[in-house]
Design a protein around this ligand. Structure first.
Ligand code: C5P
Length: 221
């Protein structure tokens, strides 16, 4: 069908999801937000009061979790065992705990196999932390998107401003802490795949980043 798979990885708040969604739109590809899947799993496990330290219990619940991403005019809906959790998974509570659950190998395997299935027929733009290294090592185009911690915190702050009671300094600390957990975990840590194109977006606007990736895509086909 002439389509390729595109992997977009990078640290928290680099703008991956906005950019990945827009790239998918521009190419008529399917956007897959893998962070939303880790968030939905976190929401589910927290709702069942299962701590990330209790790996045995987490693994008992993993096979029961069915996480779906559904296209929707307002973006993408995230459904966990039939419940629409699109809004809940963005809470500070879920955000603050997701990296702890995401370090559990058995949970990652479960979500990774679902992600691979979604990309089987190509034409997918997938964003996350380990897409280029682990989930889709054969993706035809890999981009590693970064920006300084300060810039990423500022972007998140502008996004949240009215919604949350949090300072820019606190956001900066939260983002740095999440990066550290994601980079230092043993299974599939956040890391640039050797064949990924590095894109530092600190000084770039969204349109510019989208256009750059779409142009890479044209050369990758
Ligand atoms: O992308 P987002 O910030 O929504 O991801 C939330 C968290 O999910 C990350 O901080 C990371 O701990 C985890 N994650 C992951 N692997 C992915 C995507 C997300 O471990 N592919």
């Amino acid at each position: 069908n002439g389509k390729i798979n595109i992997a977009i990885d990078g640290p928290a708040g680099a703008g991956k999801s906005t950019v990945a969604r827009r790239v998918a739109e521009a190419l008529s590809y399917v956007y897959v937000d893998t962070g939303a899947m880790y968030r939905a799993a976190t929401w589910y496990l927290m709702k069942h009061k299962i701590s990330p330290e209790n790996v045995r219990e987490v693994l008992q619940h993993v096979p029961k979790m069915v996480i779906e991403l559904k296209p929707d005019p307002s973006g993408q809906k995230v459904i966990c065992n039939g419940v629409d959790v699109t809004v809940e998974i963005r809470s500070l509570d879920v955000t603050g705990n997701v990296s702890r659950y995401a370090s559990i190998a058995g949970l990652r395997e479960h979500l990774t196999s679902g992600q691979r299935r979604m990309a089987e027929r190509k034409g997918v733009v997938m964003d996350g932390r380990d897409i280029g290294t682990t989930v889709l090592p054969d993706a035809e185009l890999k981009v590693f998107m970064t920006a300084s911690v300060k810039e990423r915190a500022l972007r998140r702050f502008k996004e949240l401003r009215e919604a949350a009671d949090i300072t820019l300094e606190q956001l900066e600390r939260d983002i740095a802490a999440r990066d550290k957990l994601d980079e230092e975990r043993e299974v599939s840590p956040l890391r640039r795949s050797e064949d990924a194109i590095m894109l530092d977006t600190t000084q770039m606007g969204i349109d510019e980043v989208v256009d750059t990736i779409v142009s890479y895509c044209k050369t990758a086909i």
